[in-house]
Each structure stands twice: as C-alpha cells, then as structure tokens.
Write a protein that binds this ligand. Structure first.
Ligand SMILES: NCc1cccc(NC(=O)c2cccc3[nH]c(C(N)=O)cc23)c1
Length: 182
C-alpha cells in the first residue's frame, strides 16, 4: 500500500496473508470458515481457519451493480509501502475513491482494457502495490472486488488501481464452496 497508514489491530479480522516459506506473497480474505478468496496465482491454504473474535469472514457483493464512481472504498494489505519496495511488518490501509470504468478506460489510462468484470480506483499518490494483490476492496463494509496488479505501476494517477469485481463470480464461488465443503 503506498501513501496509506498502519491499520488498527483487529479491525480487519477477515484479512489473510498468503505466505510461502514464511514470506508474504499475496493478500486474501475469509469468505467462509474454510475458504479464503484471493487470486489464482497466490499460494493455496494448508488447513481450515479457526474463527474467533480476531478471525472473521467478510461478506462479498452478490448484486450485479457497479459501485458508483466517487464512492470512497478502503483497501488493506502487506504490500510494498515505498517505490523502492519496502515491505511492512504490519497491515497497512488506504481509502480510495472509485473511478468510473469510462474514465479508467481512457486511452491515456488503461486504454479500453477494463472489462465489465473489473473496476478501478484513483491511484494518485495513494495506491495498492506489489504484494497487495488478492486483498479485498471494501466499500460500505462489503468486499466488492479483489486487488490485481494490472500494469504493475503503483501510485501513478495515469494508471489507476485495477480490481476484479466479485459479483460476477458469486455463483461460481458458491458452487466451488458447496461442492468441496468436506
Ligand atoms: N496498483 C498497482 C498494483 C496493485 C497490486 C499489485 C501490483 N504489483 C506490482 O506492481 C508488481 C508485481 C510484481 C512485480 C513487480 N515489480 C514491480 C516494480 N515496480 O518493480 C512492481 C511489481 C501493482
């Protein structure tokens, strides 16, 4: 997270740090007792999470409606906090306004590469960065989308933050959780 601040402890009991050999690789978040939502390239879980006051699920959006441009959402992660790639020990957070898909698809920005299954937030100074992928974009307490690297540019207003929206995959998520619930 660039330009953010340390998250207050235990206010985001849904956040997951997906690690490989003890190194943080991706964010993720609990959507059910034994399911973490993240991105395909991120490390999978070895065992179930044990829910408690500090480990809780986060509801995700199921309605197929875009978040209104200008809505201020929040994103948290253990991704890099400087352009030189410093990794934080503690979870960081930042608030970002949603950018309309038309704005985001402008040729000087992501040039028509943002599909209806994606959304954007303003990336001027404050932005997600390497290691934040997989974490949730939370608007009004609901996970609307998952952080993706996109152009791998951080903190440049010409390259807004890109997210994969969750609602288009809600039915698939339910099928996978239902089918594989041990
Ligand atoms: N909002 C943008 C955003 C959001 C989430 C993740 C990222 N991931 C990167 O940017 C990234 C990823 C991998 C290698 C990398 N090398 C470098 C670099 N600058 O050297 C960046 C990266 C960017």
């Amino acid at each position: 997270i660039l330009g953010g601040r340390e998250a207050r402890p235990h206010l985001r009991p849904h956040m997951a740090s997906l690690q490989l050999d003890g190194e943080h690789i991706c964010g993720g978040f609990l959507i059910a007792e034994q399911w973490v939502l993240t991105l395909p390239h991120c490390p999978q879980l070895e065992e179930k999470a044990e829910l408690n006051e500090h480990v809780q699920v986060l509801p995700f959006q199921r309605e197929q409606r875009d978040v209104a441009a200008g809505t201020v959402c929040e994103v948290a992660g253990w991704g890099t906090v400087t352009h030189s790639g410093r990794r934080p020990d503690r979870l960081q957070q930042v608030e970002r306004p949603v950018l309309s898909r038309d704005e985001c698809n402008h040729r000087t920005r992501h040039d028509h590469s943002i599909t209806p299954n994606m959304m954007c937030t303003d990336s001027r100074k404050r932005d997600t960065c390497k290691g934040d992928s997989g974490g949730p974009l939370v608007c009004n307490g609901v996970a609307e989308a998952v952080v993706t690297a996109g152009s791998r540019v951080c903190g440049n207003y010409k390259k807004p933050g890109i997210y994969t929206r969750i609602a288009p995959y809600a039915a698939w998520i339910d099928r996978v959780m239902g089918a594989l619930s041990g």
